[in-house]
Design a protein around this ligand. Structure first.
Ligand code: PMP
Ligand code: GLN
Length: 378
């Protein structure tokens, strides 16, 4: 084979979940809930399947679901996306992100990302022939350095990919951050891709800063979300992308040939489910309680917990416990302690080891308590 993606191995989420399973460890590595979604959602799916809605949905997604998404986004962020031309249902956020990159990035284009960076972004950019420009977010606050962003923008910059609330650092951007970004891309042709899959999971009274709420950014942004995170159904792999009409036209040129369309009865069920009163309300409080429970469970250990302001992830420094590299430390935790975590180095191109691991707390209290008990033995 040609040496594309020479640096890319198997995604860390597959590696760690496999190891957790092999070892019978509590899996706090790959991000997914260990509790079920509500029954009513399954009843909706069964209804649409039984009533014969089992063939191809329209390429952009079922109209009912796009209408429900438009209504929700307008109610939350004040921007009306056109149901016909500006909303597309995708096979999870992963496909939305990949397709947006493929639609826009050409050889020689530069794409700015913030490191630590979610692991699917760079391979998509590289496959499209783009150059990944990595800006660093520094512990413990992992805040963007706007002077560095300004300095990184060149005439070749085609895209900036942002993610708030941020996986893996659990930071959230503010409205002021979006203003800074808007000022930097003004008078350029730069497209923004905003990965907002954790839009409903922000803690301590903070407000999610959505590009959909920022008219100037909305006019040049792809905004991505995922039903997996919001409704506890990561395995259904359904999400959506919003964009102004001209950008969405480019997106759909690719979308129609890499997935064409997404699971019909699931889309119709989600449309019903979303139309019932604000399902996402309470999600932040629900996960904030889990965050607090998990942090309490780790109190008294030598893990140093970093702030978790959103997402369902908790970073922890382990430098006071072990001198192992973070990958070896995660393997030790999984094999010997019985709790799997993700090494932060997986989110850095150079594999930099900051002696930090990521735990997922989207789990029942019993799971978090059992994990805490094991981690107190480390
Ligand atoms: N972006 C981020 C930041 C994520 O954390 C995830 C999944 N955890 C995705 C994208 C992918 O979402 P999906 O499972 O809907 O493809
Ligand atoms: N996004 C999830 C995480 O960060 C994993 C999704 C995947 O396995 N691709 O853990």
């Amino acid at each position: 084979p040609r040496p594309e993606l020479a640096e890319t191995g198997t995604t860390i989420f597959t590696v760690m979940s496999r190891l957790a399973q092999e070892c019978g460890a509590i899996n706090l590595s790959q991000g997914f809930p260990d509790f079920n979604a509500e029954d009513v959602l399954f009843e909706h799916v069964a209804h649409w399947m039984r009533s014969g809605h089992n063939q191809y949905a329209p390429m952009a997604g079922c109209l009912a679901l796009r209408a429900a998404i438009a209504a929700k986004v307008e109610a939350l962020y004040g921007t009306r996306y056109d149901v016909e031309h500006e909303i597309t249902v995708t096979a999870g956020a992963t496909q939305a992100l990949f397709t947006a990159v493929t639609a826009c990035v050409r050889p020689g284009d530069e794409v700015i990302v913030f490191e630590p960076v979610y692991d699917s972004y760079a391979p998509a950019i590289e496959l499209a022939g783009g150059t990944v420009v990595r800006l660093q977010l520094a512990a413990p606050d992992y805040r963007p350095d706007w002077a560095a962003v300004a300095a990184a923008i060149t005439p070749r910059t085609r895209m900036i990919m942002i993610n708030t609330p941020h996986n893996p650092t659990a930071t959230v951007w503010t409205a002021d951050d979006l203003d800074r970004l808007a000022a930097l891309v003004r008078d350029t042709a730069i497209v923004v891709v905003a990965d907002e899959v954790y839009e409903h999971i922000v803690f301590d009274g903070a407000t999610h800063a959505s590009c959909a709420r920022h008219p100037e950014l909305a006019a040049r942004s792809f905004v991505v979300s995922s039903f997996g995170k919001t409704y506890h159904i990561t395995g259904w792999k359904v999400g959506y992308i919003l964009a102004p009409r001209a950008l969405m036209a480019e997106f759909r040129k690719v979308h129609q040939f890499n997935v064409f369309t997404v699971n019909t009865p699931v889309q119709l069920a989600l449309a019903d489910y979303m139309s019932e009163p604000a399902r996402h309300l309470g999600l932040a409080a629900f996960y904030q309680a889990k965050r607090d429970f998990f942090r309490d469970a780790l109190a008294g250990t030598r893990f140093e917990l970093l702030p978790s302001r959103g997402t369902y992830f908790q970073l922890a420094r382990f430098g006071a416990i072990s001198t192992l590299p973070d990958t070896a430390f995660c393997e030790y935790l999984t094999r010997d302690i019985g709790v799997a975590a993700i090494p932060l180095s997986a989110f850095f191109a150079d594999g930099r080891d900051e002696r930090v691991v990521r735990f997922c707390f989207a789990k029942n209290e019993a799971t978090l308590a059992a994990a805490g008990e094991r981690l107190r033995r480390v």
